[in-house]
Design a protein around this ligand. Structure first.
Ligand code: NAI
Ligand SMILES: NCC(=O)COP(=O)(O)O
Length: 349
């Protein structure tokens, strides 16, 4: 049964407490209508969140809880993941503060895994100061890939623009050696399934970008397209998938060809994220597709230089909450549909 909107529990990890994460979270839920849409729970500490609320002069009541069964509908719940105080200096890159971002994220992921929250929305972390013996991951995506079922795919979403990545947190000088038939096939299958079950697109059309300038120009500027990408796409196409490319990345975005496809697959992080953020910055969402649970986040980072100034734009965080809820509902509908296709067909007649 599909849950009533306000009962969808949105777990939120606080991110770097010295960054703009708390500001965009609090500004999002300052609008009371957001509390009619879902029941949010921030994984942090109620005193710290109240302190930040006052510092930032944001008008919202905080409801502190010690256990998830104390959640109250219609309130901004804050679960006490730790008790002690944390020295904050907004805008400062601090390893101790980074460790609290991870305490929050790990606790929120556990709650997601165990079904205490329905979806997870993460505020940004600083990928450097979170590193420790216990947490050696370049980002949320990589940790979730290990903790949850499925194969994670970083998918940036803004309206009908969806940009997925073949490689995400991989240094540029290692990208080419990661590209092989197995990876490309598996990522493309993940994106097709995601478009069907999470975005209700029955027969998705996917474009794949080349790695090299001009997509290699038939092997003159690099061999990856000829030797790996083209043969893999051919096999996928012949197996009935609407997969096209590889396209030269610059002209593809410059001439707005992306508008003809349900998703675009870039070969590496910046190839996809530069055009994506140029087209949508401030409203885009980072969705971790391919997993058995739903996680979204805003399209920006910790933005230390504006932390505490009250000028952070919260639209992307709000969009991340909307998208997580939307996908949660669409995925439930899809599961119902495939469970009983006959019943659904009868309903349509
Ligand atoms: N999901 C995550 O946890 C992410 C974390 N990061 C991390 O954030 C840190 C900073 O990364 P940067 O590349 O500098 O990206 P950034 O997104 O933090 O900042 C880029 C520029 O956009 C501005 N900006 C960002 N968000 C804004 C907002 N909501 N309102 C107004 N202006 C905003 C910043 O002031 C800066 O000028 C890094 O440690 C990075 O790893 C970056 C992206 C995602
Ligand atoms: N630029 C998006 C990004 O790298 C975010 O990474 P993650 O922390 O969401 O895995």
């Amino acid at each position: 049964m599909v849950k009533k909107a306000e009962n969808i529990i949105v777990g939120i990890s606080i991110g770097d407490l010295n960054g703009i994460g708390s500001e965009v979270i609090l500004k999002t839920f300052e609008d009371n209508r957001m509390l009619e849409l879902c029941t949010p729970v921030i994984f942090a500490n109620a005193k710290i969140v109240s302190f930040l609320r006052k510092e930032l002069n944001i008008d919202i009541a905080i409801h502190g809880i010690d256990k998830l069964d104390q959640l109250v509908v219609g309130k901004l719940n804050v679960l006490n993941v730790w008790r002690e105080g944390v020295n904050l200096e907004l805008g400062k890159n601090d390893d101790v503060v980074g460790s609290y971002a991870i305490k929050s994220f790990v606790a929120a992921t556990k709650a997601l895994k165990e079904g205490f929250v329905d979806v997870l929305v993460t505020a940004p972390i600083n990928k450097y100061n979170v590193q420790s013996e216990e947490f050696k991951f370049p980002g949320h995506t990589d940790y979730l890939d290990k903790e949850l079922e499925g194969d994670a795919l970083m998918l940036m979403v803004h309206d009908d623009l969806r940009v997925g990545l073949l490689t995400d947190h991989v240094p540029v000088n290692e990208v080419a050696k990661h590209l092989n038939e197995k990876l490309i096939s598996s990522k493309i299958k993940t994106i097709i399934q995601t478009l069907k079950q999470d975005f209700e697109i029955e027969k998705p059309k996917v474009a794949v970008l080349g790695l090299n300038p001009h997509s290699g120009d038939n092997g003159v500027i690099g061999q990856e397209e000829e030797k790996i990408i083209k043969p893999t796409l051919k096999k996928l196409f012949e197996a009935g998938n609407m997969v096209f490319g590889p396209f030269p990345a610059d002209g593809f975005f410059g001439s707005a060809q992306y508008e003809k496809y349900d998703a675009v697959i870039a070969t590496y992080h910046d190839q996809g994220l530069i055009p994506f953020k140029t087209l949508s910055f401030g409203n885009g969402v980072n969705y971790t597709a391919g997993l058995n649970k739903i996680r979204t986040s805003p399209d920006h980072g910790t933005a230390y230089e504006i932390a505490g100034k009250g000028v952070a734009n919260h639209e992307s965080f709000k969009e991340a909450v909307y998208l997580a809820i939307d996908i949660f509902k669409k995925r439930n509908d899809y599961q119902e549909l495939i469970k009983n296709p006959l019943k659904t067909k009868e309903k349509q007649l």
